[in-house]
Design a protein around this ligand. Structure first.
Ligand code: AMP
Length: 805
């Protein structure tokens, strides 16, 4: 079998590849290449005969992911000392050498190793311990003079068992005591069996402070060695008694709450292999509040808390001494349920746009059968306003008369809203205020009216802008004037999506990917959350060993950013459609936190359109084998139809995107287009956003009047944005209202002016755009109908269109 080689050939990529390795600083180390070895990117090749005596002589191998050593007759042993440098190693080939011995711990410092080729060496023996901790996908051992012995029993089991796939079709043989060579799978060694382990313990709930006794029974030949592994929380001094070769007892004195969900393991190993039995104690203890912090604000406010207890405590809240009833506007959310390794629960009491009416004491009560706890915090969200009243409906804190404890998920929002006469009357009052304000505004606007459909004058709209800034500030910030960081501002957008989509607050199980399975290649771009990299990901697909993915890193991992990260991941896990970019999962073991998406090789649609328009001189797409040239009408219609299809899906879920634009769509192979970003691209395309009140970035050029004026985002406002996306497609990625400043664009949109028909746009398509730009949201054509119209046009573009210049 040929040794594995690095698949990359272009040395020009070396710098980028090395500097992009996940969680590693850019390489500063000297070159590890010793003459006559050669280095390509992150691959070391030593093939010149007899030049390497031991790998320990090769320094600075930290970033190397592949090592190939061949033809080295001086290489005899392989130890941990040899292998401790290349910690990122994934592929190792040591072949055609005199290698006789591999120490059991030789690969302990190379946890990422997945492909090992040890073919054509001098190995007579090889312990299972060498590979035990690895997730090998390929192990090549052909051409070694193995001796049939119990120490190879594991290999025999691998060849026929679960690991058979990683062994391929190798025909491995060994030499028996009689000097005859037989296939390893036919080896029959007496008294050689992998140990078996049974754990005996009381899994019933036990109170904190009690003693636990666990008995481990083992069987196996040769007699196995037994080891216990007990989580070390200090002060428990587990006591182990070896009663006989086949039975040992572990006693843990005074068990504590920390033992819950932690593994206590009994391991038995012999030459043939290893087995283990795992137990978890169920230690009960009273409900307790570990933390109740001050509210943190992004779009919603979160009153963070941590509670503990076994059984899990029920929780309830009081506001200003009265029981608080949960609704979609104020509700408890727990994080990472089901992904926990302790009984500690973290959560937030979320408040959607609280006002001064929400200021006051919040008391958290927790209870389980063993006890209860409570804690109060005073929270001020906003100063009491004077005459300047916020137009967007504030959230009244609903309270309950019943003092029953109830689980926060017990009630549906519908039920709870019906029981809110005070909340409803406040909403009615506010609606009346809003109507009055609107009427006054329209009268003023009509008075100053010019030629626009809605008669809003330039000067009034400009004056309004200042007003709007204040409104937005109040709405999003609850009166706080501290500006959000760029990441927080993007998180805010994401969270707003959630607010309008409360059904996504479920605990969707997010797929977790191991960091060692991700190899970053190079940077694709930068979004608000952090850099986006192209990466190879192992073990993601059952059919492919590795696949290309786009990895989004989270640059600021504050506790709340982490929580938002988790929530976004939950949302993305739910959204699955052929025209929504595929989300594979997250990697949270270590920093930075990353999200993995399907790689879309042509990047974002806006850039794609610009580079395939009349202005793009070189119609080359980077040598990836697909050249589209200037986009044809039919291709533009196909692009539009695909986005429409994704939007039909989002609308069917009542998911409001709020930031649909070509910069947030991605283009993949064969011009497959997918909606690929949910509010995270504001840094690169910062001119597409308008900063309002110093904090909120709004894509005003894509927003309908009601979103600009009242910050109302709905499925219908997404339809308006879709019309603008159509316009972007047919202008090869021009910025809407490019000739106008932000304030002028606001004025035009609110006045009812429409974007002009692009030169290459047939009237049938412009009709669709105009149906999206109806001022009355309800009069806009729905997404499904738009999709059908585009589909029909894409199938049979009118003939005359082909001659449009
Ligand atoms: P974002 O943070 O999502 O706005 O991403 C920043 C940039 O990274 C985008 O403009 C794209 O060029 C690139 N990018 C993001 N996601 C992907 C992906 N799934 N495939 C390819 N490129 C991507």
């Amino acid at each position: 079998m040929e040794p594995r080689r690095a698949p990359w050939g272009r040395a020009g990529l070396a710098v980028c590849l090395l500097s992009c390795l996940l969680a590693l600083p850019p390489p500063a180390a000297p070159s590890p290449c010793l003459e006559p070895c050669r280095c390509y990117l992150n691959t070391l090749l030593c093939q010149e005969p007899n030049s390497v005596r031991s790998l320990a002589q090769l320094r600075s191998l930290e970033n190397f992911t592949e090592i190939v050593i061949e033809n080295q007759t001086t290489l005899i042993n392989l130890t941990l000392e040899d292998m401790k440098n290349p910690r990122e190693l994934k592929n190792l080939t040591i072949s055609k050498t005199r290698l006789q011995f591999i120490a059991p711990d030789a690969f302990r410092a190379s946890p990422n190793l997945t492909h090992v080729n040890l073919g054509y060496n001098r190995l007579q023996f090889l312990s299972w311990r060498v590979f035990h901790h690895l997730r090998l996908q390929e192990l090549v051992l052909t051409g070694n003079p193995f001796r049939c012995a119990c120490g190879l029993r594991w290999l025999q089991l691998w060849l026929v068992g679960k690991q058979a796939e990683s062994m391929g079709n190798q025909s491995l043989s060994c030499e028996g005591d009689d000097g005859v060579e037989i296939p390893v799978i036919d080896m029959n060694i007496r008294g050689c069996e992998v140990p078996q382990v049974w754990l005996e313990y009381n899994s019933a709930p036990m109170k904190e402070g009690m003693n636990a006794t666990l008995r481990c029974h083992v069987e196996g030949q040769p007699p196995p060695e037994v080891k216990w592994s007990v989580p070390d929380f200090g002060g428990h001094s587990p006591h182990i008694t070896y009663e006989s070769a086949s039975e040992t007892t572990l006693q843990v004195f005074g068990v504590s709450a920390e033992f819950n969900l932690q593994n206590i393991t009994c391991q038995a190993e012999n030459e043939a292999g290893l087995s283990e039995g795992v137990a978890q104690l169920n230690v009960t203890f009273p409900a307790v509040i570990r933390d109740l912090g001050n509210a943190v604000e992004y779009h919603k406010w979160c009153l963070p808390f941590s509670v503990d207890g076994n059984p899990s405590p029920s929780i309830r809240w009081q506001f200003a001494g009265t029981d608080l009833e949960e609704t979609t506007y104020i509700h408890t959310h727990f994080f990472l349920e089901g992904l926990r390794n302790s009984t500690l629960l973290h959560g937030c009491l979320y408040l959607d746009r609280p006002t001064h009416l929400s200021n006051g004491n919040y008391t958290l009560f927790v209870r389980n059968p063993l006890g209860s706890d409570s804690c109060t915090i005073f929270q001020e969200f906003m100063d009491v306003p004077d005459a300047n009243f916020n137009l967007v409906d504030p959230v009244e804190i609903p309270t309950m008369s019943s003092s029953d404890y109830r689980n926060s998920t017990e009630r549906s929002p519908v039920e709870t809203l019906q029981e809110q006469p005070i909340g409803i009357s406040v909403a009615v009052v506010l609606a009346v205020c809003a109507c009055l304000f609107l009427s006054v505004m329209l009268i003023i606007l009509n008075k100053c009216g010019q030629s626009s459909k809605f008669g809003i004058s330039r000067s009034v709209a400009l004056a309004q802008e200042e007003e709007m800034s204040l409104q937005f500030m109040n709405v999003g910030g609850g009166g706080s004037s501290s500006p959000l960081s760029s990441v927080e501002s993007k998180l805010e957008t994401l969270k707003t999506n959630f607010i309008e989509n409360p059904q996504y607050f479920c605990n969707t199980s997010v797929h977790h990917i191991k960091r060692r399975d991700i190899i970053l290649k190079w940077e694709l771009g930068e979004g608000a959350f952090g850099k986006v990299f192209l990466a190879e990901c192992y073990n993601l697909s059952p059919t492919e060993e590795k696949m290309l993915v786009a990895v989004k890193t989270l640059k600021e991992a504050t506790e709340s950013a982490r929580l938002d990260f988790q929530r976004e991941a939950e949302l993305l896990t739910v959204l699955q459609h052929e025209h929504i970019v595929r989300f594979y999962g997250v990697c949270t073991d270590g920093a930075p936190l990353v999200m993995l998406f399907e790689y879309m090789k042509h990047g974002d649609l806006n850039r794609f359109l610009r580079s395939h328009g009349p202005d793009a001189k070189i119609l080359d797409n980077g040598g990836n084998g697909q050249s589209f040239g200037q986009l044809t009408l039919s291709q533009m219609l196909q692009i539009a139809t695909q986005i429409a299809s994704g939007m039909v899906y989002l609308a069917s879920l009542h998911f409001v995107h709020r930031d649909l634009a070509t910069r947030n769509c991605l283009v993949g192979h064969n011009m497959v287009v997918k909606i690929g970003d949910f509010g995270m691209s504001r840094d690169i395309y910062s001119t597409d956003y308008y900063r309002v009140g110093g904090r909120t970035m709004l894509p005003i050029r894509w927003m309908p009047p009601e979103s600009i004026l009242y910050r109302k985002f709905t499925t219908e406002s997404d339809i308006w944005s879709f019309g603008v996306v159509l316009w972007e497609i047919f202008t090869y990625g021009k910025q809407p209202w490019y000739q106008l400043s932000n304030t002028e664009a606001i004025e035009c949109i609110t006045q009812g002016r429409e974007l002009e028909r692009p030169r290459t746009c047939p009237s049938e398509v412009y009709d669709i755009m105009q149906s999206c730009w109806q001022r009355e949201p309800q009069q806009r054509q729905n997404m499904r109908a738009i999709h059908h119209r585009l589909q029909a046009l894409a199938k049979a573009p009118p003939v005359y269109l082909a001659v449009l210049s």
